[in-house]
Design a protein around this ligand. Structure first.
Ligand code: SAH
Ligand code: SF4
Length: 430
């Protein structure tokens, strides 16, 4: 999501006659788009700021700005803590960037703009694609979140949930397709609650997916993230009925324990979650399922941790983002709960989840050996120039000998081998 936001920022600044440079030594401004979701994300930014001091000594004209969630969370306090930062700009204030950049030219001047909005969606901004492969692009369809999960800082740093005008989403996707892009990923904190009311009627997420997928069968459509509480059968129906909607659902479970889920304010229990998994498998037996999980949330017992492992064994995810709980200021957890699981214990629980997931991913991948998939070729493999890589509909990376294939093409690849992370295969001639 930050990546997509940076593309909006690049667009706003390019329109204001700034240019993007690839060599940091040539920059007059360095803008760092930040995440605040866990403490280590913020620590990485502070480390980066420290490293930039030497460059600022060499180039006195450089101004450093912090964008995104860390800017929103800490506001002007961040410029006191980090002296080399000249401006902070929150996620809803990017339109003001040209003005702010001009205002910090005078040495010693500082500026902060962190007002959150209930309506800003940057709907009219055509993003400048940064570091793009010309094949896949992100499209932001909504902003903010008001689910207030007990551990999560997002509602405080990104404000109220709001959906973007569907016409602008469809036209952005159509433009990308006309420029040669083959895949779009629709982004939001909880895409299932996308809803836009206009004179032409209401558009919900399944309807939006239907409209984007109808642009062309050659345009793949992905989306992230879905909240389990709102995953409707209607969405699964729409997914199943369009071959170009990729068969991959990211459904963050967070915990396998009902007591934890309640304490986390997730609005579902393990039975509900498993019912949604069964529904996915009913509509799309070949759909890949991935997740997010938190180890060591406040008061989590060993037994509850075991329930998370049990959930992983039942669902058999293809991939998981796995985290240790990190207490975030302002959240419900920070105000009402105690971060009582010792760091070493959180690490042990996380490592157990990681080990189990590694084993499951490998077993899942082994079952793919012998199958043939349609693959969208993305580029050269990191290992060898003789090999290309791409993804199947399930979002699994497949590496294969290149022959005549080109990035951007759809080809058929038969899987011959795998690791836990990657499939290996060979091109099947049509
Ligand atoms: N909106 C998405 C998630 C966005 S944050 C959703 O609800 O599914 C991405 C992931 O970061 C979350 O799913 C959660 O697993 C993790 N996360 C969020 N806050 C965290 C915290 N305080 N400590 C550890 N992990 C956290
Ligand atoms: Fe955070 Fe929950 Fe919103 Fe996801 S749904 S962004 S975890 S508050």
């Amino acid at each position: 999501m930050n990546f997509a936001d940076s593309e909006i920022v690049a667009s706003l600044l390019t329109k204001a006659n700034h240019t993007i440079v690839t060599d940091i030594e040539a920059a007059d401004y360095i803008l760092i788009n930040t995440c605040a979701i866990r403490d280590n994300a913020e620590q990485r930014i502070r480390k980066r700021l420290h490293e930039l001091r030497a460059l600022q000594q060499r180039h006195k004209q450089v101004r450093i700005g912090i964008l995104g969630c860390m800017a929103e969370r800490l506001q002007s306090q961040l410029m006191v803590e980090e002296e080399n930062v000249s401006f902070v700009v929150g996620p809803d204030a990017y339109r003001r960037l040209p003005e702010l950049l001009a205002s910090v030219r005078t040495p010693g001047t500082k500026a902060a703009e962190t007002e959150l909005s209930t309506t800003e969606t940057y709907a009219d901004i055509e993003p400048v694609r940064l570091g793009s492969n010309g094949i896949s692009a992100y499209i932001s369809i909504m902003r903010g979140c008001q689910n207030y999960c007990a551990y999560c800082v997002v509602p405080y740093t990104r404000g109220r949930e709001r959906s973007r005008d569907p016409e602008t989403i469809v036209s952005e996707a159509r433009n990308l397709f006309e420029q040669g892009y083959k895949e779009v990923t629709l982004l939001g904190q909880n895409v299932n609650s996308y809803r836009y009311a206009s004179e032409n009627g209401n558009v919900d997420f399944p309807e939006l997916m239907h409209r984007v997928a109808s642009i062309s069968p050659l345009l793949r459509v992905r989306f992230a993230t879905s909240h389990p509480k709102d995953l409707s059968d209607r969405l699964l129906e729409v997914m199943a009925s369009h071959s170009n909607i990729c068969k991959c659902i990211h459904l963050p479970v967070q915990s396998g324990s009902d007591r934890m889920l309640k304490l986390m304010n997730r609005h579902y229990d393990s039975a509900w979650y498993l019912d949604r998994i069964a529904a996915i498998r009913r509509y799309m037996p070949d759909c890949s399922i991935t997740t997010d999980v938190i180890a060591g949330f406040c008061t989590e017992t060993e037994e509850e941790h075991q329930m998370t492992l049990e959930m992983f064994r039942k669902v058999r995810y293809d991939y998981a983002y796995m985290f240790k709980f990190s207490m975030r200021p302002d959240t419900y957890a920070a105000k009402h709960l105690e971060d009582d699981i010792p760091e070493a214990e959180k690490t042990r629980r996380l490592e157990e989840i990681i080990a189990l997931q590694g084993q499951i991913a490998l077993e899942n991948n082994r079952k793919e050996i012998g199958k043939t998939f349609e693959v969208l070729v993305e580029g050269e493999s990191h290992r060898s120039k003789e090999q290309l890589f791409g993804r199947n509909s399930q979002n699994k990376v497949i590496v294969f000998d290149r022959h005549d294939a080109q990035p951007g093409q759809y080809i058929q690849v038969k899987v011959t081998d795998c690791t836990a992370a990657t499939l290996k295969g060979e091109i099947v001639q049509p």
